[in-house]
Ligand binder design. Sequence first.
Ligand SMILES: [Fe+2]
Ligand SMILES: [Fe+2]
Length: 305
Amino acid sequence: MQVPNVQSVTVEILVDNFFDIFEPSRPGVVERAVLGRLPKPLLAAHGLALLLTVTHNGGQSRILMDTGNSPLSFFNNLEAMGHGLEEVDAIFISHGHPDHYGALLEVLQRRGPGLPVYLHPDCYFPKLLITPRGRVGPYALEREKLAAAGAQLQENREPALLRDLALLTGTVAATTPYEKPLPGFKRLVQGHEEPDPFSDEQALVLNVAGKGLVVIGGCCHPGIINMTQYARKLTGVDQIAAIIGGFHLTAGGDDLINGTINGLTELNPGLVLAGHCTGFKALTRLAAALPDNFMVSCVGTKVMI
Ligand SMILES: [Fe+2]
Ligand SMILES: [Fe+2]
């Protein structure tokens, strides 16, 4: 699939689980927030929201990828990082979990009608989580409510372009033996509870001229290696400039962590920026295994590719 080259992309972490003022920067590539220079404090929260600024053919476009778990953290951090909703040209929702669409309705209501919202239609299946402490959910993202709030819905199951800016992978083809949907995640299909195959989760992929692919996953339930391999296959581009997102690894155990570390070592991306649902144990393992290209994703971080 022909994915247009873009000149550069800046990824700003608006909502993430972490904030650590002492995490290092990498000059010119990863800049951390400097306290005292922000108009208000940042809030860490369980969830993910990223603001992508894409430079292409002399122009600039802004994509909001996910909206965090609630309007509280999302709007606070948007303002803290000096941005406003009027700058957003399109929204992409990575998958149908509420820690990724938590502020979406309020974003649409505040912004007004006509904003394109890209997502896989399987995001609308109500989702449940079965934990040792009981059931959580169901939570549902409702098409009717999004439409009523003025969203211009752009649904895709197959690979599709987000304007001429980025590739959305559609349902991810699985290739690795160690990345499988975790058993606690369920969805409701016509009232019946079934294991969630995560057909709804897609990666957003940018092809940055001279640098390679930037692969961004929300929770990476289909597996970050599956998602990156699929992005390479769809684009025909092998070089990976950066892999960014929540990797959901600790909950999958040592086989998943070890397999992912081997997979990342083979892919050899210039930068691995992991946060959100990756899990503390997995983050420490990644930091030890990939000392030159791994960094922790924190709210307020800016990545420039
Ligand atoms: Fe998540
Ligand atoms: Fe998720």
